[in-house]
Design a protein around this ligand. Structure first.
Ligand code: TYD
Length: 217
């Protein structure tokens, strides 16, 4: 059996990754191609713990009251979740010939944990090292969006802001994503202008996925 393609969609919070993953999966299925959508943090045990941290339901005790775990602890948790996600969900689907569309992957770890860890090259090298056993995607689509556009999209969601949903940090993350290719020289990374409307972004993504499949859009 021919393995499925592993496609990752990345970008800052509010860039539209979740919406675009769902549209891409529907379009593939409409062509009779099996597709599975998934996300990181995953729905596995470590992913569930991470989501509890992101929403402030799990905290770390400190001398000055409670706080979120440090960036290094978060990097280790995200890396553990990723390996579990690969074993339990991503690899079995790919082996079955199913295209896997993943909402965020280790590019998020390198971006978010480096920025929250102070932004140094030593931090990003360590995060890359932690993720060195993570299977490489066949295609990574980075949704580039103006941080102000993303902030207004986040404002329309229900619930309070999560751990990394701080405007200043999102501006740094947008800059980081713009040059993320340098940190993944062996990956196929394509940047998509995500300031467009939902349909425009979906079309641009579809064209890249058809190129990957060697088909015309
Ligand atoms: P997100 O994907 O936006 O999920 P939701 O739509 O449920 O809010 O939230 C995940 C957050 O976790 C997001 O702020 C990015 C962050 N993150 C990391 O910091 N490192 C990682 O490795 C991953 C996968 C996500």
């Amino acid at each position: 059996m021919i393995e499925g393609h592993f496609i990752v969609v990345e970008g800052i919070d509010g860039s539209g990754t979740t919406t675009q993953c769902a549209i891409l999966a529907e379009r593939l299925r409409a062509r009779g191609l099996p597709a599975h959508t998934t996300r990181e943090p995953s729905d596995g045990p470590v992913g569930v713990l991470i989501r509890q941290i992101l929403t402030g339901r799990v905290v770390t005790p400190s001398q000055h009251g409670v706080r979120p775990p440090t960036w290094a602890t978060m990097a280790a948790l995200f890396a553990a979740d990723r390996l579990d996600h690969l074993e339990a969900e991503i690899n079995p689907n790919l082996t079955d010939g199913v295209t896997v569309i993943c909402d965020r992957y280790d590019h998020s770890s390198v971006a978010y944990q480096t920025v929250s860890g102070g932004g140094g090259d030593d931090v990003s090298s360590w995060v890359l090292q932690l993720n060195s056993h993570a299977r490489r995607p066949d295609l990574t689509l980075v949704l580039d969006v103006d941080p102000r556009v993303a902030a207004s999209r986040r404002g329309m969601r229900s619930g309070g802001p999560e751990l990394y949903e701080v405007s200043e940090m999102q501006v740094e993350l947008a800059k980081f994503y713009a040059k993320i290719d340098e940190l993944f020289p062996n990956d196929t990374i394509v940047h998509i202008d995500a300031n467009l409307d939902v349909d425009g972004v979906a079309e641009a993504i579809w064209a890249e996925v058809m190129k990957l499949r060697g088909e015309s859009a």
